[in-house]
Design a protein around this ligand. Structure first.
Ligand code: SF4
Length: 218
């Protein structure tokens, strides 16, 4: 097997990304260029399939276009608009708290620093990094289940938790790839390097991949 080559892998993933459906949070950034909507869609997307997040985001943004609307909408109405997403009761609670925190702590604007984003209700490291990278184009590495799984399968990192993966990638990954790493790896993880039975026989980065922990593949 050739040595792992991050430039070759990123090139192959960028080409793959251009051929498949864009992840929902990137799509919302392209469509709206609005950090508030990117933040809300990212909160909705946790533990939820992209198609479901897309439907819920469209329903919500038809009635809510900014923090003021979110403050005004009733919790019951909000919960019914996002009712298909995972953990919608919890997300409704966090979204209802969001406008006040944005107003009191950040002058009504979505902040771009990780530490500040982490102060927002319902925002953990994954969401904070994704919002910083996607909405503000600032260097950040969002590690979700796809990024954690695939970076380890490649043998690029050898870590047990998403937090350790983020720290390892911060050291190993050239900064020119930080902004796109999540989007390109997520699209790859949704289509080819899936959690169960990855499609290794048609994988464009097969020759670089250690397939660490992969026992069953197509
Ligand atoms: S070879 Fe298989 S395990 Fe490795 S990246 Fe490709 S699909 Fe994933």
């Amino acid at each position: 097997m050739p040595r792992f080559n991050i430039d070759a892998v990123m090139k192959a993933l960028a080409e793959h990304f251009d051929r498949v459906k864009t992840p929902i949070v990137d799509l919302i950034q392209v469509q709206t260029k609005d950090p508030f909507k990117v933040l809300v869609a990212t909160i909705l997307s946790a533990r939820t399939k992209d198609e479901t997040t897309a439907k819920a985001s469209a329903a919500l943004f038809a009635e809510v276009s900014g923090p003021e609307d979110l403050a005004k909408i009733s919790a019951a109405r909000l919960n019914s608009l996002i009712g298909q997403v995972g953990f919608h009761n919890e997300k409704t609670k966090h979204l209802k708290q969001l406008p006040a925190v944005l107003r009191e702590r950040f002058g009504g604007r979505v902040p771009s620093e990780i530490d500040e984003l982490l102060e927002l209700p319902g925002v953990g490291r994954k969401t904070a990094n994704l919002v910083r990278a996607v909405a503000f184009s600032l260097p950040a590495i969002c590690v979700d289940v796809h990024v954690h799984r695939i970076s380890n399968r490649w043998g690029y990192v050898n870590t047990k938790t998403p937090f350790d993966t983020e720290m390892a990638l911060r050291k190993a990954l050239p900064e020119r790839y930080w902004l796109t790493y999540n989007s390109h790896v997520v699209a790859f993880g949704q289509n080819l390097c899936t959690p169960r039975k990855p499609r290794c026989s048609e994988c464009p980065v097969f020759k670089y991949c250690a397939r660490a922990g992969v026992e069953n593949f197509a």
